[in-house]
Design a protein around this ligand. Structure first.
Ligand code: FES
Length: 149
């Protein structure tokens, strides 16, 4: 893993302006930015770890914990919202015991709220991993989650 972090780092200059692209590159490679990665980035750019966390906190895209095995995206764009998207999201948060942006303690699911998944005619829509599920209901979603044990 360390070799790959270094392989990512060598694609960028050692200028602090490259911090965001480096973080994006590391997250793309590993799915998140680990503590080990932050330490190596700190050494590579000669900036403190606190500076890295400070800058990255402005960007919701970065995660510093390993992702769950399955990624759930609940759509709350206009079409999905008017057709019950908020109810589905509430059910997910209550059922999984987490809020948007969090991972279940067993690392099974991540939950994220998105603005539009690009298939509004099929709303309300939920995406799990790469699969889009259309015209969802609380009942259908409850059954569906069992398939992702
Ligand atoms: S608003 Fe949900 S897919 Fe477009």
């Amino acid at each position: 893993m360390s070799e790959t972090i270094e392989a990512v780092l060598t694609q960028y200059s050692r200028k602090s302006d490259d911090l965001i692209p480096i973080l994006q590159g590391v997250q793309k490679e590993f799915g998140y930015v680990s503590l080990e990665s932050v330490k190596k980035i700190s050494r590579y750019l000669r900036i403190t770890e606190n500076q890295i966390y400070g800058v990255s906190s402005f960007y919701a895209q970065f995660r510093f914990d390993p992702p769950g095995r399955h990624s759930i995206k609940a759509c709350l764009g206009t079409a999905c919202h008017v057709r019950g998207g908020a109810t589905l999201l509430e059910m997910l948060e209550r059922g999984l015991g987490i809020s948007c942006g969090e991972t279940t303690p067993d690392k099974r699911f991540d939950l994220e709220r998105v603005a539009c998944l690009g298939c509004c005619a099929l709303s309300p829509v939920v995406q799990i991993d790469k699969n889009i599920y259309s015209r969802m209901t609380v009942t259908k979603l409850t059954e569906l989650l069992k398939e992702y044990e």
